[in-house]
Design a protein around this ligand. Sequence first.
Ligand SMILES: Cc1cc2nc3c(=O)[nH]c(=O)nc-3n(C[C@H](O)[C@H](O)[C@H](O)COP(=O)(O)OP(=O)(O)OC[C@H]3O[C@@H](n4cnc5c(N)ncnc54)[C@H](O)[C@@H]3O)c2cc1C
Length: 409
Amino acid sequence: MAEKYDIVVVGAGPSGILAAKTAAEKGLKVLLLERGRQPGDKSVGGEFLPISIFQRFPWMKEGPVERAMTKWGFHFLHEDKLTELKFSRRNGEYGFTVHRPSWDRWTSGFAEAAGATLKTSTLVENLLFDKQNHVVGVAAEGGEKFYSSVVIGADGSNSTVALKASLRSRWPLNALALCVKHTYLLSEEEITRRFCDENDGGELKIFLSEKISPKGYGWIFPSKEDFCVGVGSALDVLEESIENRLSNFLDFPLVRKLTQGATVFQHSVHTVPVYGPQGKTYAHGVLLVGDAAGFVCPMDGAGYEAAVFSGKLAAEVAAEALGEGDCSAEALEKYEKKWKKSWMGGDIDTGARLQDLILNGIGIGRLSRLLYELGAALSKHGSYLDKSHKESLAEFLSQIEDLRGLFSQ
Ligand SMILES: Cc1cc2nc3c(=O)[nH]c(=O)nc-3n(C[C@H](O)[C@H](O)[C@H](O)COP(=O)(O)OP(=O)(O)OC[C@H]3O[C@@H](n4cnc5c(N)ncnc54)[C@H](O)[C@@H]3O)c2cc1C
């Protein structure tokens, strides 16, 4: 007779690790299943972790971070002209870059230390149902079965759990982005010189241009001895291959300069859900978390924070349901109510509206042009007379930044 667990978590990415850690800390018998040889093996994204994550999960401050990021650089490309908007923090950082393989391995150690059993090289192919059609476990490749009172689907954007539990069908094209990424090797000193300020604070560079992606953006994020260059695009407007979009991006003079002499050592293509959940996130004996549920911010495509937050929340609701001996859909619905009310529900809702406004209302081409015009106008008047666009905009923005303090009092 196969062993029975309180909770089986499918997928040892950020959401699954936090679900397993939280449930095990509550004394539950937890099995964490991962198709890779170890957690993080299959991770391709999530290099930048905003500071709010470390405030929400203070134990992560001890983790293997790469570089502190103290600047955001937004680059708007209009025809062959470039407008840059820079935001910088003097006291503290916006967040840190990490290498997800080592980061995920480090965080999964906490789930194991709490008592969760990690089983790797295990691909879940199906769900197990009882006569009432309630989920009672999972079946892995090769036929091995694992029974549990609750299954937590943390298996990423192509979630088998979501599809087999009929919680949603495949993502519609406008709700999914395709991301392509090159990771480059370069010496630590040279990365510091190209991407960091005098205090070694790194800059996260975002590029908006119709040529790169009419519904998406390009990015460059520096780590210690490597940096990544990527492009994401909503699938409904992807008329040419995503590889062509990356080539166009790499051809921009500034990007060519920043990548000069660096060697590509990794190339990846991955999907990200970018329009929020497209169905329910609970059923009899099942909860969905992270990308499997569609918890990626529609505004910027970031999903690490929502993944860990939802993993923890799902484990808390599942533990309560187990304590009350009722893991029905009615009992687990509490999870959906809770995430909708949380900051995460707000981010998904507002992010989807902003995405609509920028992509379908203003349009990335028009936004880039407007910002370019603003920069040009500022540079020709008053105190901006003899300054470059970059200096003028930096000064203009520093005044806005200073004013922000007045409003927050
Ligand atoms: C190129 C790219 C860049 C990104 N950059 C950022 C960023 O800078 N910051 C940010 O916050 N977010 C970023 N994201 C999004 C972020 O990576 C995800 O939101 C986050 O990883 C979601 O975590 P997760 O645990 O839900 O899913 P995943 O990280 O996808 O983990 C799912 C896990 O489940 C396993 N799995 C899948 N199917 C099965 C199965 N059937 N059986 C067993 N195991 C299975 C996988 O191997 C994997 O380990 C990026 C995404 C991409 C694609």
